[in-house]
Structure formats: structure tokens, C-alpha cells
Write a protein that binds this ligand. Structure first.
Ligand code: TRP
Length: 466
């Protein structure tokens, strides 16, 4: 039986729009804020290499699997999994995969929005000239003042959630398409200009060396886990966002080509962001491993010193907000679509409910940077010194997303019939199909499980690794 299902939420107007929307989802704070800071925290080169490996071996197969399931199910991840499990005569429990995704989406967006709020606050700071001729110390102060003030964080978090829900209310094929078309290329050009600046004024060689000379002594199981988590996070995989976007994909579009394009674009932006930031870090004697404040402490120095930096810096932070915006929408769309399907409520009501829930969870992150920096109940455990934000980020990126991705691959490459798989993927090139199936069947599931076991120390106990 060919799929005759239709999406009640609409369709992309073309294959190209899907690529734009999926790239809009993938390219976000994960590339520009998170990638540089965790690469910095985890020693640079070796982490970057692992990250790239994870993109190739897990990222692309999972992305293809997600789009495949989404397009075949044509509804929110929960209902897509329910429908497909029934069709393939598999257990109803597959539905939980969709539920896990919806949950991960809420949790991720709750802190994502707070960080996007920092970027919003920085639009104003930059535009009002705070950074003109700024020193490293002064830039650091501006950042500390922001994050130690819960009211300000709360204000910008609220603004960002409202912005996100405004687009979600209108549905995917409304404003989103148009925004992505212009803003993504603009962001890309700005990053290239930043690299130009970093080449002329930063310590570019040092930056290159840091990102691309692997120092394997820096590797440990935690670093491997983080590189994997970052690959999933950056590509928006493992929670149904791409599955949801796949459900709006026209029938004739090639899943393999589009997935590949999205993954390449995303990876490129992350690497370019690293190239723009680290030369400035080293030229100014800043700390590469300083954590989540990295870009907020680094980029203002460049904007403060370059001519036209006021205008340029303002545009940069505006575009960063847009990149975060198009990602945020995809984090909440699966939940919104599911509530609509489940309770037959309007898109408006569903968006309101989701927005409020995310906003409330976000309070935990707002206070993570000031009054509630550490959760005392965890003292004495391995979670000691972790804030609510650290915990959420760790749990979602490093555990929930890889677990989701693993299950998605298992369903697509094992549980579905060969016929369904081929029918939906429509890969003409037999070799390419086999490569995908091999990666999704063996490499991704086994790789993710081995990394989990490695972190738990189980491989060590079995004397499999030293
Ligand atoms: N990938 C986005 C970024 O890099 C964040 C994001 C959007 C995401 N949708 C997602 C992460 C789904 C995980 C899952 O900023």
C-alpha cells in the first residue's frame, strides 16, 4: 500500500523550502553559541574531530530516518509513531518515542529561550554603544551584570517565548518560510565577514591550531558523550523536530539529498563560527574554556574595536536572534501539533498552552545563573556543582537526543519492512541505499550504545577499554 496519508497542518511549498526550514531549525544557538563554548571547554581539536565523526556516522543516517518516518506518518511524532507501528505490526509502545521527543522539546526550549534572551539583550547593548572601544574586562562585566539579574533575564526570556509562539500560531507555512529565505544567507555572510576580521586582527593561526590539531590526551568518555550530544543537538535530531518537518515534505522530494544538504550547511556554520571566535579569544588573552558566556564575552571586543562595529554588531545579534527563533519554532512544533491532533483544539489554544509550560520551566534556567547556581541536593554525587541549566542541558543533549536517535534508527532500519523503507526513501542508487541502511542498522545504534556504556564505566569493568 502506498502512503495516502495527508498532513492536517499543511505542507512546504517545495523541496527547497523544506531544506531552508530544516536548515533554519538546525542552524541556531547550537552552532554559534554552544559549539564554540563546548569545543573550548573540551580542549578543541580532538572534540571537533569527534563531533564531525558523529555528524557523519550518526547525524546523517538519523536525519534521513527521521524525515522518512515523518513523511510516511504525516502527523506529529506521537501519532506518526502510533500509525507506523500499527501499519508495520509492531508494538504500540513505539508511541513513547514520540512522547520522549515532545518532552525533550519542552525541556530544551525552556533553556534555549533564556539564552536567546541573552542575544536579545545584546542587540540592545550593542545598538546603544555599550561596547564602543570596550576592553575585555568591561565586556565581561556587561555579561556578568546581565546574567546576575534575574529580572532582566526573565524579561528577555518572556519576549523570546512570545516571539516564538507568534510564528507557531500562524502555522509552519506562514511567516517562517519567508523569514528563513533572507535571514539565513545574511547570517552566513556576516559570519564570513567576522572571519575576515578575525584573520586581520585576531590570532588566526592559534585559532586554527586549536580547532584542528587534535590533542588526544584531552579525550575521555565524557568528552566523547558531549561530542555526540552536540552532533544531535546541532542537527536538531532525536526529538521529532525533523520528523515533524518531514511530515510537511512533498512526496516527490529526495530524502537523502535534502538531509545531506541540511547536515552540510549546519556543520559549515558551526565550524565557521569557531573560526570567527577563537582567533579573537587568543588575541585578547581570554579563556577558551570559560563556558556559556564565551561568545558574549568575545564578540563584543571585535565589535567594539572595528570601524562600523556598532551597526555591524547590532545586525549580528539580530541575526543570531533570528537563527535562534527559527530553531525554537521547531522545538515546540511537535508538541503543538500533537495537542491539536489529540484534543481537537485550535492552533491558538495549543500554542498558548505550550508557551506557558515552556515559560514556567524556563524559570529554572533564569535562576541558574544567579540565585540558584548550584542544586544542593546533589552534593556528594557526580552532579555536584551542577545548576538546573547544566542538568537540563546534560540530560537532553547527551541522553535524551541520542536515545531518541537510536530508537528512530532502529524503527526505520529494523522494524519497518524493507518494502516500506524503500518506498519512502526512493533512493535510486542502490549503493547509497545500502550505505544508509548499514549505518542506521548497525553503526548508529551500536555506536550510541557503546558511548553510553563507556560513560557508565561498563566497558572498563569488562576490560574492553582501558
Ligand atoms: N539545532 C538547533 C541549534 O543548533 C536547536 C534545535 C532546534 C534542536 N530543534 C531541535 C535541538 C531539536 C535538538 C532537537 O541551535
Amino acid at each position: 500500500m502506498a502512503t495516502v496519508r495527508t498532513s492536517i497542518h499543511g505542507y512546504w511549498s517545495s523541496r527547497f523550502v523544506f531544506v531552508l526550514a530544516a536548515a533554519g531549525s538546525a542552524v541556531g544557538l547550537g552552532n554559534i553559541w554552544k559549539f564554540p563554548y563546548i569545543a573550548g571547554e573540551n580542549g578543541g581539536g580532538a572534540f571537533v574531530l569527534l563531533y564531525l565523526l558523529c555528524i557523519a556516522l550518526f547525524g546523517i543516517p538519523v536525519m534521513m530516518s527521521e524525515v522518512l518516518l515523518g513523511r510516511r506518518g504525516r502527523s506529529s511524532p506521537v501519532n506518526t509513531m502510533t500509525t507506523l507501528a500499527a501499519e508495520e505490526k509492531r508494538t504500540k509502545a513505539w508511541r513513547l518515542l514520540g512522547v520522549l521527543g515532545v518532552l525533550a522539546g519542552f525541556l530544551i526550549l525552556s533553556y534555549y529561550s533564556v539564552i536567546a534572551g541573552w542575544a536579545l539583550a545584546y542587540v540592545v547593548e550593542t545598538a546603544t554603544g555599550t561596547f564602543s572601544g570596550v576592553t575585555g574586562e568591561k565586556a565581561g562585566e556587561v555579561f556578568t551584570n546581565l546574567i546576575s539579574n534575574p529580572q532582566r533575564l526573565l524579561f528577555w526570556h518572556t519576549v523570546f517565548i512570545v516571539l516564538t509562539m507568534l510564528v507557531v500560531v500562524r502555522g509552519v507555512s506562514g511567516g517562517l518560510e519567508k523569514a528563513v529565505r533572507i535571514l539565513m544567507p545574511a547570517l552566513f555572510i556576516l559570519i564570513i565577514i567576522m572571519i575576515g576580521y578575525a584573520m586581520l586582527n585576531g590570532n588566526f593561526m592559534e585559532g586554527l591550531k586549536f580547532l584542528f590539531t587534535p590533542d588526544f590526551s584531552k579525550l575521555n568518555p565524557e568528552v566523547v558523550l558531549k561530542a555526540m550530544g552536540q552532533a544531535f543537538f546541532s542537527l536538531s535530531l532525536g526529538m521529532g523536530a525533523i520528523m515533524m518537518y518531514g511530515s510537511y515534505l512533498p512526496d516527490d522530494a529526495s530524502i537523502a539529498t535534502t538531509s545531506f544538504q541540511v547536515a552540510m550547511a549546519d556543520t559549515l556554520v558551526a565550524i565557521l563560527a569557531g573560526l570567527a571566535i577563537f582567533p579573537i579569544v587568543f588575541a585578547n588573552g581570554l579563556e577558551a574554556s570559560q563556558g556559556p558566556g564565551l561568545i558574549f564575552n568575545t564578540l563584543p571586543l571585535a565589535f567594539g574595536q572595528m570601524s562600523g562595529g556598532l551597526l555591524f554588531g547590532t545586525i549580528f545579534f539580530i541575526l543570531l536572534v533570528f537563527a535562534a527563533w527559527t530553531s525554537a519554532i521547531s522545538l515546540i512544533e511537535p508538541a503543538v501539533a500533537w495537542l491539536i491532533e489529540r484534543f481537537s483544539i485550535s492552533r491558538f489554544i495549543s500554542s498558548m498552552i505550550c508557551g506557558v509550560v515552556v515559560w514556567v520551566i524556563g524559570l529554572g534556567t533564569v535562576y541558574s545563573f544567579n540565585s540558584w547556581e548550584k542544586i544542593e541536593v546533589f552534593n556528594g554525587t557526580f552532579l555536584e556543582n551542577k545548576s538546573f541549566f547544566d542538568l537540563l542541558d546534560y540530560l537532553t543533549s547527551n541522553i535524551m537526543l541520542p536515545l531518541g536517535g537510536l530508537l528512530i534508527c532502529i524503527f526505520a532500519a529494523w522494524s519497518m519492512t524493507e518494502k516500506s523503507r524503500r518506498e519512502e526513501l526512493k533512493i535510486k542508487h542502490e549503493g547509497a541505499y545500502k550505505v544508509w541502511r548499514f549505518l542506521a542498522r548497525y553503526i548508529t545504534p551500536i555506536g550510541v550504545i557503546l558511548i553510553f556504556l563507556h560513560v557508565l564505566g561498563i566497558l572498563e569493568k569488562l576490560n574492553l577499554v582501558t
